[in-house]
Design a protein around this ligand. Sequence first.
Ligand SMILES: Cc1cc2nc3c(=O)[nH]c(=O)nc-3n(C[C@H](O)[C@H](O)[C@H](O)COP(=O)(O)OP(=O)(O)OC[C@H]3O[C@@H](n4cnc5c(N)ncnc54)[C@H](O)[C@@H]3O)c2cc1C
Length: 489
Amino acid sequence: MTRLVDDADFVVIGTGAGGATAARVLSAAGHSVIMVEEGPSLGKQARARGLLDAMSQSVRDFATVATEGIAPIPLLQGRCVGGSTAINSGIIWRTPADVRLAWRRDYGLDDLVGPGLDRAFDVIEEELGVATVESSVMGGNGHLMAHAADLLGLPGRPMRRNVPGCRGRARCLQGCPEGARQSMDVAYVPRALESGARLHTLCRARRVLFRGSRATGVEGVALDACTRKPIGKFRFSAHRAVILAAGAIHTPLLLLQSGLRRNVGDGFQAHPGVAVLGRFREQVGMGYGASQAYEVPLRDRDMKLESISLPPELLATRIPGAGATWQQNLARLNHFAQWCAIIRMETRGRVRRGLFGGPRVHYRPTHRDVERLKQAASLLARMLLTAGAEEVYPGISGVRSVMTEAAQADEILAAPLRQRDFHLMASHHFASAKASNDARHGVVAPDLGVHGAQGLYVMDASALPSNMGVNPQHTIMGVVMQAAERLAS
Ligand SMILES: Cc1cc2nc3c(=O)[nH]c(=O)nc-3n(C[C@H](O)[C@H](O)[C@H](O)COP(=O)(O)OP(=O)(O)OC[C@H]3O[C@@H](n4cnc5c(N)ncnc54)[C@H](O)[C@@H]3O)c2cc1C
């Protein structure tokens, strides 16, 4: 077995929203930085064109990681350079004022969410070319949602995204064919490399090394590019600090594997999402337009509605019917629109280490969370029917599978539904190594340093103390940018 050895001032585990931002700031300040990434580096040319191949390259375990229980919720995560930002839709949202207030009040994060956060947002938005989706790339799916929001008087708007020059190929999940999306593999990882950082891909960190309570480095295994089986070992030493940024599911695992237990994995939150499909008489053309283009934020209802275009391979799996009916629907693939709702669920779960070392995520939505799901699905069905859908397919067990009149959307509200009746998916994860100024309630302090350890930091979604009801990438980057700047100086 080969043994890879390297050392630097800082060793950063993970190259997603948090890790790439930390590496970019620390290397620009003149520090030596090693970035460690379990997945491969996928340039524009290296990314597969077909959906299934693209997913097996870049999505962790082909999206089969899920919560425990009789109705598992898939937990979608990127596993490649850029992390989840390399498969996301590039939607950018500043942290809402009420969330900032709660984080100051309940967790003492005054510095992280104070005026410095707005300054960090300004820098990031400038560097990632954040702009509002132009009408020319809204696509039929986005335009129809805007029409529905107008008719029902809902507060909708085109999204803000980090995709300057988006050509509306609707292929964010597979990897932008133009490289227009400023995901971390395109934006901050290359910047860090230009400033002298080194990147070790296909290296899975297993545990943090300590001298006393000081973190001194990381060890793990090097993986074969095809089989993902271990082919060697590595040991990377950190003169100043180790930064964990493996995402909210894997950072707690690394902490647990390194012997840190207090509060680790507790309080995990998410934004599970539900999607509703509608078929229109006229062509919608989901294959053209930004993958996600239009949104209706309903913060007082803990939900955010979004247009979401699916690649044809995935859309076909959602089409109802069998035999000739299914074939007829398949022939009309271009007539479908799909909108989703992400729910700010109140429930808190926990992340633990499973039998074979992978994550075990316990997460059970509350009664209130399920009510929110019902309200969101009902509203989406009503919107589609109001916008002129001939048929709407809620995809929920226990309610009619095809709706043709707006009034039928109320049946979702009246039905005695449980979580298992919905097909959910969660791509926003939070709070599994919470920041708090009180060590009794958090894993990291407001500077994102692990309570009780020296030279060990958590700089990713795990450190955010709660979910927010809006897309998280920008908040993760803004919070990490400030913490990394303080560490750099
Ligand atoms: C399909 C999808 C769409 C999304 N759309 C949006 C959107 O439009 N807007 C938005 O704001 N948010 C979106 N999100 C969420 C957003 O991308 C994430 O919240 C954000 O990227 C999380 O950042 P992170 O640094 O915590 O983790 P990640 O970005 O997931 O990065 C973690 C990295 O760590 C690596 N890693 C894990 N374990 C190890 C290990 N042991 N050793 C080495 N490396 C390891 C992983 O491979 C990964 O590259 C989306 C997410 C998904 C999955």
